[in-house]
Design a protein around this ligand. Structure first.
Ligand SMILES: [Zn+2]
Length: 174
């Protein structure tokens, strides 16, 4: 995959699209580096502990298949789902939220207020299928497929009427 970056010249007028392209270029470079050098999966921590009513994910970080870093900064709990199926996966997914307004002048008129920041964060959830199914392996890790989807941290199975972490399932290590 090739990347394209702006070639700056004296006197060149920069547009909104140029500035967005500059940001996209650097993001794409970091994502590509993570995908190629590390691969998709857990980088550190993210141990999943299963209680009676909830699971707790310990702090750590992972790389998703697009190359985004997803982090859990403190131990975080998530309610367990009903026993409607026999197994499920604990997922960590990269998220973006547009928020925090910024004033934008508009052609000499009064300033308008538009979203000014994108917050990057990670969401924990339960999924009923393994998103790494069908991914190619390279030794002990998966090759990133290049699309954005969650990183599985653990597989849970129902044993004696309780959800438990499945020791037979190994998380993907980047
Ligand atoms: Zn993938």
């Amino acid at each position: 995959m090739s990347l394209r970056r702006i070639l700056y010249n004296a006197g060149r007028v920069l547009s909104l699209d140029d500035l967005r392209a500059e940001q996209a270029y650097h993001r794409a470079r970091v994502q590509r580096l993570a995908r190629v050098a590390i691969g998709a999966g857990i980088v550190s921590g993210l141990e999943v502990r299963c209680g009676r009513r909830e699971i707790t994910v310990m702090p750590g970080s992972a790389i998703d298949c697009l190359g985004e870093v997803v982090e859990v900064s403190e131990a975080t709990s998530l309610p367990l789902p009903p026993h409607s199926r026999e197994r499920c996966w604990v997922m960590l997914t990269y998220q973006e939220t547009v928020g925090e307004s910024a004033s934008v002048p508009s052609d000499g008129e009064n300033a308008t207020v538009e979203p000014g920041w994108v917050e990057e964060w990670a969401a924990l959830s339960i999924d009923w299928s393994d998103p790494m199914r069908g991914h190619r392996r390279a030794r002990h890790r998966y090759i990133a497929c290049g699309t954005s989807h969650g990183v599985p941290l653990a597989r849970l199975v129902v044993r004696s009427g309780q959800w438990r972490t499945d020791p037979a399932w190994r998380p993907t290590r980047g």
